[in-house]
Design a protein around this ligand. Structure first.
Ligand code: ADP
Length: 416
């Protein structure tokens, strides 16, 4: 397994790459191609290039710079650990990467650096630095590989850890085009270690919604996560995974559902003609699901008292759409909102059942479905509290979609 590669193997590979860069392995076509295209950007001059291709950092650590990637079904998440305790030898490479990273043009049309999420004062294996967070659609992976090749990243990047299905799917392409070997790790192990690490390094990472349904009063409150176990972890990506995390070394995937963020975006596009996640959320913010869903009061004329079901809750998602007159007057905003509520309520119900089964009362919801998605977060917060009679708490995270990418980097460090 990649995760079990020894220090010697990694160093041997680094030496091999250096040798290739020095021109001894001239017959390696992909290395030659990278060399040819690399002089204009990251490696700006011939002497810079020699300097940049040096491996730096103490030999007991994997060669810097360090990148972690989570290549998911919809989005690829990339994190870069930028050391701030650099030696003279390291400085030039670090400056070059920084110049490139902070130039948003570097990401092409589709990539995006989440500058507001940058994490300062982080220590990994006695190295101090900051973590940068970047994402792009996985559908653009080949464009990303081409861009990296054009910018000569293979010369500069020494350690790339990867997780998510794409770490397997694109492994060969990345090796062929960039001459870069990925250190692959399991996505759920990575998710959990990334979350733990970021929560330890950012006091404000984990929060809950206070008064989630009160428009004026609703606000975020920081949650003190210093005694974290046990907790339920619900990762809402394209699909959903639910894990019971009992200790730093003990977790189990208890459930999941295929109705996740991918379903929300896919159905919203089908029903409303929107194209992006942001557009779908904007539509939902201006819509009313009551025009689409059948509520308890549409059936009972009020509450269903015997089972304490308030009249305003959804009895049947999209239930009104079986009537011609409702169908004729429905707006795309209402359809987007109903789609969002359907996906969110379903995930909330499954999460609650899992909590009950495992005897756990705290749930951390992560994944990019929750990115800029306050409607879903508030609705989950309210549902968890209401349906558990106040016994369960929904928690959320500032770096919601990036834990896997950070975690796979940390998984590699465990082997050193
Ligand atoms: P995965 O690893 O499966 O790609 P993520 O945690 O990255 O999962 O979440 C993907 C989901 O995030 C999408 O299905 C969508 O609901 C939501 N999302 C948030 N931002 C975007 C975006 N810019 N483009 C596409 N989907 C987005």
């Amino acid at each position: 397994m990649e995760a079990e590669r020894s220090k010697e193997e990694i160093q041997a590979e680094t030496t091999k790459r250096k040798t290739a860069e020095e021109g001894i392995e001239k017959d390696d076509k992909s290395t030659e191609e990278i060399k040819e295209s690399s002089t204009d950007n990251l490696e700006e001059t011939e002497s810079d290039q020699d300097e940049d291709s040096q491996v730096y950092g103490p030999p007991e650590l994997p060669p810097m710079p360090w990148f972690g990637m989570d290549i998911g079904g919809t989005l690829s998440k990339l994190v870069y650990f930028e050391p701030t305790d650099t030696s003279e030898t390291e400085q030039e490479t670090v400056t070059n990467i920084r110049r490139y990273l902070t130039n948003n043009l570097a990401y092409g049309e589709h990539g995006h650096r989440d500058g507001d999420k940058m994490l300062e004062n982080v220590t990994i294996k006695q190295r101090s630095g900051r973590i940068h967070f970047i994402r792009f659609p996985t559908s653009q992976m080949h464009a990303f590989i081409d861009l990296s090749k054009e910018k000569g990243m293979a010369h500069t990047v020494s350690t790339v850890c990867a997780t998510g299905g794409g770490a397997y799917k694109f492994e060969k392409d990345i090796y062929r085009e960039l001459n870069m070997k990925l250190y692959k790790f399991d996505e759920l192990d990575s998710l959990i270690s990334g979350l733990r690490f970021i929560a330890e390094n950012n006091r404000e990472e984990i929060y809950y919604w206070q008064d989630p349904l009160n428009e004026e009063k609703a606000h975020k409150e920081i949650y003190d996560f210093k005694d974290p176990y046990p907790y339920m972890l619900v990762n809402i990506g394209s699909g959903v995974s639910i894990l019971a995390v009992k200790s730093p070394t003990e977790h189990v995937r208890v459930s999941g559902t295929s109705l996740g963020g991918g379903t929300f975006l896919g159905l919203s596009r089908l029903l409303t003609g929107c194209t992006t996640f942001e557009e779908a959320l904007t539509l939902a913010a201006h819509g009313d699901n009551k025009n689409v869903d059948k509520l308890v009061k549409d059936i009972y004329g009020g509450d269903y008292e015997r089972f304490c079901l308030p009249g305003d809750i959804v009895a049947s998602s999209f239930g009104q759409m079986s009537f011609n007159e409702k169908l004729a007057s429905v707006k795309k905003e209402d359809l987007a909102r109903a789609t969002l509520m359907m996906i969110t309520n379903n995930i909330g119900s499954i999460a609650r059942l899992c909590c009950r089964g495992e005897g756990i009362d705290r749930v951390i919801f992560v994944g990019n479905f929750l990115r800029i998605n306050t409607i879903a977060m508030k609705s989950l917060a309210n549902a968890m509290e209401f349906w558990s009679g106040g016994a369960m708490k929904a928690l959320f995270c500032e770096h919601e979609g990036y834990f896997g990418a950070v975690g796979c980097l940390l998984e590699l460090m465990k082997t050193h």
